[in-house]
Design a protein around this ligand. Structure first.
Ligand SMILES: [Zn+2]
Length: 88
């Protein structure tokens, strides 16, 4: 769970919208507001051409998640203990 206090703190990242997710059939770049507390993770995925559908840090209410284009979901939690609770 993220310990951020606000839903408004975002970082604008320029992310590639892959052609498979584009209504035009062509890839393009779009400025997207990303929760600042997970923007480094999102940027790292982007830098490695791992395309995403959406993300949320959880805003101190739930675990964070990043939805990947291929259907997988990355779960973001703040500790190994929380990770064990989630996965068991
Ligand atoms: Zn957060």
């Amino acid at each position: 769970m993220c310990r951020c206090k606000t839903k408004r703190k975002v970082k604008i990242l320029r992310l590639k919208i892959d052609k498979t997710m584009s209504h035009t059939g062509y890839s393009y770049y779009k400025d997207v507001a990303i929760d600042s507390c997970i923007s480094d993770i999102v940027q790292a995925l982007e830098n490695n051409n791992i395309y995403m559908l959406g993300s949320c840090c959880g805003h101190n209410e739930d675990v964070g998640s990043i939805a990947l284009q291929d259907g997988r979901i990355l779960i973001i939690t703040d500790s190994k203990i929380n990770w064990i609770e989630i996965t068991n």
